[in-house]
Design a protein around this ligand. Structure first.
Ligand SMILES: [Zn+2]
Length: 382
């Protein structure tokens, strides 16, 4: 997620928080404080609020455990994990690549809710074991009770069959295993997810009208979030299916002017870039591609120095990634993202025939799959 802040690393998985996470921490703390106030009359205001803040942070630690369970199982089956981000609606694991078997998807999806249910059971057992016979529990025990309850709720909620919730993924893997058709499985899971999302929106509105203002709005928002996420999944599936039919040739910048590494920056800027001929210029050194030059590389140096600098000295020199003209745009975009690089040389056999970049690929894929939108299936039920 953009503008997230990295806070650490666990088992090689980087953990980040999105700014919206802070809103959730405050909102949940506020909910806990009023819950404690209603339940434990003997506590002081300081106790309500200490319990609320600690409880809210500990709840997100539980969410992190849930996400780690997904990510670690994904790593075990060989899928790369880009990281975990905590945000306003909880957490998300960025797992890259695709499942090769329904069984793998099942275990990755199921690991999260399973960890929440186990954690919840442990907290509730501790609570039953230590709770006082009479009167209010201690601050710590109050928090433990809350965490037990919330982790169970988290596990159960995530098992709802609403794609992209974990339960939706479990459903998808089951349909996939039974039908042997991944595409059908995605459509079924996204359709059921849409129904669940609208159900939550409806229930949220009902609760709102029934007087539970904040809870109702919150539920409706989660429903809207799920609804847009399930639409996103359907579109991603369309892109995957359209993938082989989106030609790379539509996205490339043809017949690039290739420059030598020892050419002056000032010359190349004047001759190629500033006249708007070309945004990305492949650079070769002794006939070997060594990278790409863009106006951004030049901009890191004062204009008066351009005349003394060679192109080879200002670019990030690395073996440019090369793709064949016969590949499709979707695969090339995935490959560029996976390599964390923005551009690739396009070859036809051994000849350089163009340059391709992420923005161009995204535009072409969006256009192509948007055209496919109307013809793909019926509108989802609900
Ligand atoms: Zn999950």
């Amino acid at each position: 997620m953009r503008s997230s802040i990295k806070i650490g690393k666990i088992s090689g998985i980087s953990i980040a928080v999105h700014p919206t996470w802070l809103i959730a921490v405050i909102f949940i703390a506020w909910t806990i404080a009023s819950l404690f106030e209603r339940s434990f009359a003997s506590w002081s205001t300081t106790q309500y609020w200490t319990g609320a803040i600690v409880g809210s942070l500990a709840l997100f630690a539980s969410v992190l455990v849930h996400e780690l369970a997904h990510s670690i199982v994904a790593q075990r089956i060989g899928l790369p994990v880009d990281g975990i981000t905590l945000f306003i609606f909880g957490g998300v694991s960025q797992i890259r690549g695709r499942y090769s078997r329904a069984r793998d998807e099942f275990w990755v999806a199921f690991a999260g809710p399973a960890s929440s249910l186990i954690l919840g059971a442990l907290f509730l057992l501790t609570w039953t074991w230590l709770r006082p016979d009479r009167g209010d529990p201690s601050l710590l025990l109050g928090i433990i009770f809350y965490l037990g309850f919330m982790n169970i709720a988290l596990g159960v909620f995530n098992l709802l069959p609403g794609f992209p919730l974990d339960g939706g993924r479990v459903l998808r893997s089951a349909v996939w295993a039974l039908s042997h058709n991944e595409s059908t499985a995605t459509r079924v899971a996204a359709g059921v997810g849409n129904v669940v999302a609208w159900g939550m929106i409806g229930l949220g509105v009902y609760r709102f009208l029934d007087g539970d203002t904040v809870g109702g709005i919150w539920m409706a928002f989660i429903g809207l979030f799920l609804q847009s996420a399930s639409r996103g999944e359907r579109q991603a599936e369309q892109v995957r299916r359209a993938g082989p039919h989106v030609p790379l040739r539509a996205a490339i910048q043809r017949t690039p002017q290739i420059v030598e590494a020892d050419e002056r920056v000032s010359d190349v800027m004047e001759r190629v870039v500033s006249r708007g001929f070309q945004q990305v210029v492949p650079v070769i050194d002794d006939g070997v591609p060594v990278g790409f030059f863009t106006a951004g590389d030049a901009a890191r140096f004062p204009v008066q120095d351009w005349v003394n600098l060679s192109v080879g000295a200002v670019i990030d020199r690395q073996q440019p990634y090369a793709v064949q003209l016969s590949e499709n745009a979707v695969d090339v975009l995935d490959a560029l993202r996976a390599r964390n690089t923005r551009y690739a040389m396009v070859l036809d056999g051994d000849d350089v025939v163009g340059v391709v970049g992420i923005p161009g690929l995204e535009a072409v894929i969006r256009l192509t799959t948007h055209g496919a939108d109307a013809s793909v299936g019926q509108p989802p039920p609900g």
